[in-house]
Design a protein around this ligand. Sequence first.
Ligand code: SAH
Length: 372
Amino acid sequence: MKSLVGLPTDELRRTLTDAGVPEKAAPMRVRQLWNWIYVHGACDFATMSNLAKDFRTLLADSLSLARPEVVTEQISTDGTRKWLLRGEGGAEFETVFIPETGRGTLCVSSQVGCTLTCRFCHTGTQRLVRNLSAGEIAGQVMVARDALGDWPSTGESRRVTNVVLMGMGEPLYNFENVKTAIAIMADGDGLALSKRRITLSTAGVVPMIKRAGEEIGSSLAISLHAVRDEIRDAIVPLNKKYPLSELLASCRAYPGISNARRITFEYVMLKGVNDSLADARELVRLMRGIPAKINLIPFNPWPGAPYQCSEWEQIEKFAEIVNRAGYASPVRTPRGRDIMAACGQLKSETVKQRASERMAELRSVELARMPG
Ligand code: SAH
């Protein structure tokens, strides 16, 4: 059954009229359902008390409110929670909730697997299986709200206050679905998070950065990680396509940035690779003219990773150079490492089957179904 979760308003409207809702009533029905689904987190049409019973039955006959299914939940000693979720067709992906004082950040995935193969990233070792749908992306916030008892979305003391698209995948390679999902998250009568509290992180898909600024309008983070093309080519292979000069030019041109709305540059600290003090000085030089915050991320290890985290002292010296040049450069405290929930540690078992494998599986299912 088709789920209403994640449909943009025009498609929701069409879906309702297809199900038999009269054209004239459709706009009001869209508003009512939208509010039930995203503000109240309704999982069942039956709970929609201001809708006539006949109408609820009509909806339930052909439509659902399904969102991703929770496969497992893990809770770190530091309170971080990670959910393994299962989407349409069985694909699995992860979402992480990071509670802090005064706020709670949900780290959301945009794809199952990833195409980018960044050398230091665990997700990069999982080939792309598929893009997540808008419902599966926005649905991660809904699943978190379910698990945390965090409805209604407009409540005073919400636990999920911020969303970062820093889970599995490259959001700018799944542009339309990410755009729809963020619109739902940012809608005041939807999941009700302001656009400033939603951060889209990209490894640098340059042609899409401008579009993201114009059409999505969330906060932006760039996974920079190196200040010289030779090094960035090696650790973020996408750099060979869109080198540093082009990436930084697109940041300078990002619509709507100002000192009050800065771009975050993420920089993973890899021992002996990108952490020299000369690198820190070059970073400062590159940032000139860009309203920027720099987020230094201690490298999080994973099985078989070819790198080590920089020494703590080195991270501090590096941060000091960046700070002295006037850039806020907090060092990101690793969260949820014990449950493999920290930056760059996410991965699921889902693999893309080859067409031949899928066919073989289908055939065996069919054979099993045949009367003996
Ligand atoms: N593809 C997007 C979204 C993923 S964000 C992007 O690259 O921005 C995930 C962030 O965690 C990125 O900044 C990524 O570079 C960083 N990261 C990946 N592996 C890491 C690791 N092992 N330790 C610390 N940070 C890592």
